[in-house]
Write a protein that binds this ligand. Sequence first.
Ligand SMILES: [Mg+2]
Length: 321
Amino acid sequence: VGELQLIEAIRDVLDAPGERVVRWTGDDAAVVRARPFAVTSIDTVAEGVHFDLSTHSPADVGHKALASALSDLAAMAAEAGEAYVSLALPESLATGDALQIVSGMATLAKLTGTTIAGGDVVRAATLVVTVSVTGWADSQDQLVGRDGATAGQALGVTGELGASGAGLMLLRRAVPSVDRSVTEALTGRHRRPEPRLAAGRALAHAGATAMIDLSDGIATDGRHLARESNVRLEIDIDALPLAPGVAEVAAAADRDAAELALTAGEDYELLFTIPPERWDAAASASDVPLTRLGSTLDGEGLHFTGGDAPDLDLLRGYEHL
Ligand SMILES: [Mg+2]
């Protein structure tokens, strides 16, 4: 299949554009009705680095590429807008698989109100999918950065932690199998992470002062937030909202569950700070449960409380895996 035919076929997989999009795939460039603030992020996933076709279907790859880009918009509290996609496809990848990548992406795009408004297809040695997303906001104060936390605020996280890391271990058969429904839930969380777009906006509206999405895990992403805000994050290990089955998988792998949840990454939950008196408003506005992990203090870096002493040692010198 030639490149032009493939692009035609891709266009057939895509849903009609949202009303903001004036011109899209058939033109040289997309044209979009702008709102006052454009929020843009770009993310690349490469076979063998971010995913493996032995553990991810082509549709999973498309989902994951768009989800990780949209997660950055969620962390800024932007409303999802358009996505622009570059597919670098190896000769060995069947045309049907290439279309499955786009259709996995299109399914998530529809769920999140995103229009896939343009893109490019090239031949390459390995499969690489790059997604640039643009989100929108009407005013600057609707958006949240990493730098707004001050000492004395509550530190919270959306949803559950550790599911993606435990799911990846199960997909790689790195641990003995656990209960089938638990396996399905955890591997599903790894293959199809959900960007927390609605929660991010609800948190911002409730008064969140800083946010970051957990692509690398709290041990890494928490440090980014602490550094940008110039505060210290105190995190109670015993408060971590571990997804069901994470403790079981960690035990089977002879790893500490909290350490797995803090370092494995790709949960794409949101870590945020908020004045404590705004917590209840945030919790009732969010579409996913919030868990209070601790507080912000004067100082820098992360400080773990609770848990067992050896686990704390493990995390103390943690930088990045
Ligand atoms: Mg991010």
